[in-house]
Design a protein around this ligand. Sequence first.
Ligand code: ADP
Ligand code: MG
Length: 277
Amino acid sequence: MGLARLLPRPNVRPAGAASPAGTEVIVLANQKGGVAKTTTTLNLGVAFAEHGHKVLLVDLDPQGNLTMSQGLNPDTIEQSMFDVLVHRLPIEQVIETREVDLAVSSIDLAGADMALSSQIGRERALEKALAPIKDRYDYIFVDTPPSLGLLTINAFVAATGVLVPVQTEYLSLRGLVQLENTLQMVRENLNPRVEIIGILPTMYDRRLTHSREADEILRENFGDLVYNTRIRKTVRYAEAPVKGQSVLSYEPTGEAAAMYRDLAKEVLGGQKSRQHA
Ligand code: ADP
Ligand code: MG
């Protein structure tokens, strides 16, 4: 398989390596749109909360899909992560409590790249915003836009780890190389500890040879970094946000909820082995 050779193995945090105790900031990133970043941010966050963890979600996408998926309307929101990042508004003022706490986005965020670009410390705006409230949470999940621009860089600078949802098809796999190159630049210049903690195959359809092969290529190239849990294709993930709910509350005993609960166990397992190492 030609593509397999194009993908270098990224710099990964070895399983069992020590990680500083405290709040984990997990960034969901992939510069490709429609790979389930937002779906994973919400459902994984809610699954972590079911384990008793205190969870904050941060919507850094100007499209505000995460905000909408908890029943909030980004068009009528007056203050959002834009004001937090650009005008240093305390983040508490944009946190809404729904299934979990959520720092909301609005379309204003589309101007954040430009507004931040002339500021000193432009890459550290999110890290600074989170600092005063970080201790209140065990896990902060950050949903990012489909680009590797300044908003996503801000997320990488604040991150303790990056979780990469990847649609199980060939074209999606190639983007991982570019993502890893960006992370390497962030490691060299801004946040030496940021690393991919896991790759999540999404929209998996076991009936399709293409989907199975893409999953195999991922595992050949990234080994243990790829979660055992695959998120299969089901319409439930599109239905739940329309009701302003996670799949865990929309259909608590359904298969769609079970898959994110499995993922939560797997991610938490990795976290534990690191913290106790
Ligand atoms: P991203 O944030 O990466 O752009 P989304 O989470 O918004 O991706 O997902 C894109 C679309 O696909 C949404 O309509 C979402 O409801 C749907 N979706 C997400 N995960 C799945 C899945 N496993 N099966 C089917 N549809 C999905
Ligand atoms: Mg999204």
